[in-house]
Design a binder for this molecule. Structure first.
Ligand SMILES: N[C@@H](CCC(=O)N[C@@H](CS)C(=O)NCC(=O)O)C(=O)O
Length: 212
């Protein structure tokens, strides 16, 4: 039975929604998903930039995925999503920040969104745009590959950094450029194979079976 006091506003195919949903699921929190009308005047009161996700927990409403994940980790019981070790925690934030800047501005924007968002709108992806950004995608994956000598991004246990990367990399692995790049980055491929088997990831990230 779902807990009616925890609601996640968002759209199941959205990678940022999926990151927030993974954080809740990994904590063992049952939640309801509501799909908001972003253009409604009142929506700006809960998300000033009219995006998803938004977490609503009783009287509390939080926008921005990182804030939601940190709140979920502190507020709910269940396995910790942030390492205690200071270096591991710094690595976690380093990779969240790297993803939100360099990963979003390469893999998410110019492969995943270019292909899957356009497919949703019956538009053709611009292959020239994908090609133009391929070196940055390659570089991001190579850096991830070096980082992934342990099981997870910030060490031996899963953290919020993995939760940001998992949804995007699952989509990316289903694109032509993603398949090629992952074939050259075996640590990333191994990490992805292993996290794909988690119940939270199977439920939240693999509902949409899109292969490009
Ligand atoms: N900085 C935001 C980014 C969220 C974001 O970009 N969400 C996308 C979906 S993945 C969205 O709401 N898009 C709707 C729109 O742009 O109209 C966060 O971390 O939550």
């Amino acid at each position: 039975m779902s807990n009616p006091t925890v609601r996640l506003l968002g759209f199941p195919p959205s990678t940022f929604y999926q990151t927030a949903a993974l954080a809740l699921a990994e904590k063992g929190v049952l939640f309801e998903t509501d799909m908001p009308a972003l253009a409604e005047p009142d929506y700006a009161k809960i998300h000033p930039w009219r995006r998803v996700p938004v977490l609503v927990h009783g009287e509390v409403s939080i926008f921005e995925t990182l804030a939601i994940a940190i709140y979920a980790d502190a507020k709910f019981e269940g396995p910790a999503l942030q390492p205690l070790d200071i270096m591991a925690r710094a690595k976690m934030f380093q990779w969240i920040s790297a993803f939100l800047d360099y990963g979003v501005n390469s893999i998410l924007q110019f492969s995943v969104r270019e292909r899957f968002q356009k497919a949703l709108r019956n538009q053709t992806p611009d292959e020239a745009i994908v090609e133009q950004h391929r070196p940055a995608m390659n570089y991001f994956c190579a850096q991830m590959n070096s980082q992934l000598s342990s099981a997870f991004i910030s060490g031996s246990s899963m953290s919020i950094a993995d939760l940001f990367l998992i949804p995007v990399m699952i989509y990316f692995a289903n694109t032509p450029e993603g398949r090629e790049i992952l074939a050259n980055n075996s640590n990333v491929a191994r990490w992805l194979d292993s996290v794909r088997g988690r119940p939270s990831v199977m439920t939240i990230c693999q509902q949409v079976d899109w292969t490009m």
